[in-house]
Design a protein around this ligand. Structure first.
Ligand code: AMP
Length: 198
């Protein structure tokens, strides 16, 4: 079973379009018989996605640190809930169990998970496609910031290109299937040169 890990809000967002996007993603998973790996919660956009997939009988794996279970946000309908000791261990497990990643609109938790996979791909610790579902332009300002970081010489252009962005799930996954990671050798050489020559 091909499993996609989805990072998304523990909140619903304040426009209906975000809930609709989560429901559309669920529909795509159902149509293509995909497994879901996610944070394991019964709140926010995560709940919309997990509920629809569970209802349909798709595989759903939640990964949650004990501290969040203690706060009673765990989804009680999950057959597969992996309990971990820390947020770091959770992200590691997400990476281990998933074939690809998609970030939907969310807050700091979503950004944390998104950055983890961005760095893992940059360092070739993993080579799995990472897509950003840019619903209603939610991530526009973040993407603008990434280009600013390139202009200012802190991020390499090719690493921004590693990110796959689309505003609908069908296009996003189609682009993710063509993902080819950037080789590490060249940019490591470049940053070594830059430091020696400064
Ligand atoms: P946020 O984007 O800040 O709402 O956080 C959502 C992301 O972080 C999800 O993908 C989860 O894996 C994780 N997360 C944050 N808060 C929670 C929560 N209350 N329950 C479960 N997971 C959470």
């Amino acid at each position: 079973m091909y499993r996609i890990c989805v990072f998304c809000g523990s909140s619903m967002g304040n426009k209906p379009v975000y809930r609709e996007a989560a429901a559309e993603v669920a529909g795509f998973f159902i149509k293509n018989n995909l497994g879901l790996v996610y944070g394991g919660a019964s709140v926010g956009l995560m709940k919309i996605l997990a509920d629809k997939l569970l209802e349909n009988g798709n595989e759903v794996i939640g990964i949650m640190p004990q501290l969040l279970i203690d706060k009673e946000v765990a989804h009680e309908g999950l057959e597969k809930m992996i309990v971990v000791n820390s947020m770091s261990e959770r992200k590691q497990k997400m990476v281990e169990l998933s074939d690809a990643f998609i970030a939907l609109p969310g807050g700091f938790g979503t950004l944390d998970e998104l950055s983890e996979v961005m760095i893992f791909n940059q360092l070739r610790i993993c080579d799995k496609p990472l897509g950003i579902l840019n619903t209603a332009g939610y991530f526009d300002k973040l993407l603008t910031f990434f280009h600013h970081a390139v202009d200012e010489g802190f991020v390499r252009q090719e690493h921004v290109k590693n990110l796959i962005v689309a505003d609908n799930i069908e296009t996003l996954v189609r682009k993710m299937q063509q993902y080819s990671p950037v080789s590490m050798g060249k940019w490591i050489e470049d940053i070594l040169d830059e430091s020696v020559n400064s």
